[in-house]
Design a protein around this ligand. Structure first.
Ligand SMILES: Cc1ncc(COP(=O)(O)O)c(C=O)c1O
Length: 446
C-alpha cells in the first residue's frame, strides 16, 4: 500500500469475516468496550492512517487507537527498529534488574528503558523535571502519581479531582473518575476524594460559587478558604486534572482559570498532577498540553503514545526508599520502551509538533464549515490534533459514526454526544483533504 495514493474503499462493513472474528473473539473475551464493526486485519496492507479490515475494506483511521499509535500503521522507521529487537525476554523484571545494550550506556541503535528515561526528561525539562518512573498502562501512571503525592505530603490527605474526569480503571485511578457511572458503580474507592467542577472554557458557571459570606470565589478557593472553607490546604495531597478532558468529552480548560488553579495550589504547596495520557506527547502541537496554559504541573502522567506508562516529576517528589514504588514489568518491556524512545525521536526529527498545529487548524476549519451546513453538529473544538465536536443527540452520533465508517472513515465517540478526531501526528495535506470529502459526504446523509 502506498501512502501517497491509498484511498478508503468499503464494500461491506461489517462484512461476513468481521462478524466471524467478532463471534470468535467475544465467545471467550470478557465484555469490555469493543467495537465489533471494524476489525483490522494485521496481515493485510496498512500505512499511515490507512488500514485494511478482515473483509478487505480500506479504512482511513482518524482515531489512531485512541492516540496510542501516534504515527499510524507500519511506520517504516518503527518497523525497522522492531526487526532489530531480536532478543528474549522482551518483558523482564525491569524494576528489579537494569538491562544494558552493549558495554557502555552510550546512544545505541536499540534504545533501552534507560535511554527512554533520559529522553522523557529532555521533553519535560520545561517543567524542571528530572526523573521518571515507568509502568505498563495509563492507569498505573496515575496510581504512581497519586502514591508519590500521598507520600510526599505525608498527610494521607484529600485528593481533588474534577467533574468529567477520567483517569483509568484500577481502583485508585477509578476513584478519581467523574465521567460515567459505569466506571465506578459498586467498586470500592480510595477515601477522601473531593470533586471540583472542571474549569471548562465553554461554561465556567459551575467553577465559580457564591460562598456563605456572599463572596463569589472559584470552587477550590472557597473549599479551602480559612473562614468559610471545608478543608485545610495542608490536608490536601494533590489536585489532579486533564487540561483537555478525554473520555469525559474533550472538554477544554479555560486558560485564566487553569492559571488561577495552579497559582492557588503552588501558593499552598499542593502538588498538581496533570494527566496527559491522551493529550500529551505532542498530540496538541506541544509536547504537553499543559504548555498551552503556561502552567507548571508538579507531576505528569503519560502513556498511550509513549507506549509505556510514565509518572514524571522532580526527583524530590519521588520516595527514596527502596521498594516504595515498583512492579515486575515496570520499565521492563524492551519493545515498548524502545518504540516510545523512537516515537519521540521521530516527532523531534520531523517537526511533527508543527505539523499537528498546522493540520489541526485545517481540520478544525473543515469541521466548522460542515457545522454551518449541518445543524446536528455543534461546537467544533480542539487543540492541535486532539479534535472533537458534539452531536445534537446520542442517536445522531451513532448514525454519523456508522455513515463515516461506511464511507471508509473511522472516528470514535467519547463523553455522551461527542465524536473525537485523532489522526496520526504526521497526517498529510492529502489525508486532510480526503477527510474533508468523507466527512462532508457522511454528515450530509444524516
Ligand atoms: C486521560 C486518561 N487518563 C488515563 C487513562 C487510562 O489509561 P489506560 O487505559 O492505559 O490505563 C486514559 C485512557 O483512556 C486516559 O485517556
Amino acid at each position: 500500500m502506498n501512502r501517497n495514493t491509498a484511498v478508503p474503499k468499503v464494500r461491506r462493513i461489517s462484512g461476513p469475516n468481521a462478524r466471524a472474528w467478532a463471534e470468535f473473539h467475544l465467545k471467550y473475551a470478557a465484555p469490555s468496550t469493543y467495537v465489533p464493526e471494524f476489525i483490522w486485519d494485521r496481515s493485510a496492507p496498512a500505512i499511515g492512517p490507512f488500514c485494511t479490515d478482515v473483509d478487505g475494506n480500506v479504512i482511513m483511521d482518524f482515531v489512531s487507537h485512541i492516540a496510542s499509535s501516534p504515527l499510524g500503521y507500519n511506520n517504516p522507521e518503527l518497523i525497522s527498529l522492531m526487526k532489530k529487537l531480536s532478543f528474549l525476554p522482551d518483558k523482564y523484571a525491569g524494576s528489579d534488574f537494569i538491562a544494558g545494550h552493549g558495554k557502555k550506556p552510550k546512544k545505541s541503535e536499540i534504545p533501552t528503558p534507560s535511554h527512554l528515561h533520559h529522553k522523557i526528561v529532555e521533553i519535560t525539562k520545561t517543567f524542571g523535571f528530572d526523573c521518571a518512573y515507568f509502568s505498563n498502562t495509563g492507569t498505573e501512571a496515575v496510581e504512581n502519581a497519586i502514591k508519590i503525592c500521598y507520600a510526599y505530603r505525608e498527610n494521607n490527605g484529600y485528593g481533588i479531582t474534577a467533574l468529567g474526569a477520567f483517569h483509568g480503571r484500577t481502583l485508585g485511578a477509578l476513584s478519581l473518575n467523574e465521567s460515567k457511572l459505569v466506571h465506578k458503580n459498586w467498586y470500592p474507592q480510595v477515601p477522601k476524594i473531593i470533586t471540583m467542577p472542571f474549569p471548562d472554557e465553554q461554561d465556567l458557571r459551575r467553577w465559580f460559587v457564591i460562598s456563605k459570606d456572599g463572596v463569589t470565589r472559584s470552587y477550590i478557593e472557597d473549599l479551602m478558604h480559612p473562614k468559610v472553607g471545608m478543608i485545610d490546604p495542608d490536608e490536601t495531597a494533590y489536585v489532579i486534572i486533564e487540561p483537555v478532558q478525554g473520555e469525559g468529552g474533550y472538554n477544554i480548560a479555560d486558560k485564566t482559570e487553569m492559571q488561577h488553579l495552579f497559582e492557588f495550589c503552588h501558593d499552598n504547596d499542593i502538588p498538581i498532577i496533570c494527566d496527559e495520557i491522551q493529550a500529551g506527547m505532542g498530540r496538541t502541537g506541544k509536547w504537553w498540553c499543559s504548555e498551552h496554559y503556561d502552567v507548571k504541573p508538579d507531576v505528569i502522567a503519560s502513556a498511550k503514545s509513549l507506549q509505556v506508562g510514565a509518572t514524571i516529576s522532580k526527583r524530590g517528589m519521588f520516595p527514596a526508599e527502596n521498594g516504595r514504588i515498583s512492579s515486575t514489568w515496570g520499565e521492563g518491556n524492551a519493545m515498548a520502551s524502545a518504540l516510545g524512545y523512537k516515537i519521540i525521536d521521530i516527532i523531534q526529527k520531523k517537526n511533527l509538533l508543527h505539523n499537528a498545529t498546522k493540520q489541526g487548524e485545517k481540520l478544525k476549519k473543515i469541521m466548522a464549515d460542515v457545522q454551518v451546513k449541518q445543524k446536528q453538529i455543534i461546537n467544533v473544538r480542539g487543540i492541535g490534533l486532539m479534535l472533537a465536536f458534539e452531536m445534537d443527540t446520542e442517536k445522531n452520533r451513532k448514525i454519523l459514526l456508522q455513515k463515516c465508517l461506511k464511507n471508509g472513515l473511522l472516528l470514535a465517540p467519547c463523553g455522551h454526544k461527542t465524536i473525537r478526531v485523532l489522526p496520526p501526528l504526521d497526517v498529510t495535506n492529502r489525508e486532510v483533504d480526503l477527510f474533508a470529502q468523507l466527512f462532508e459526504k457522511s454528515a450530509k446523509r444524516i
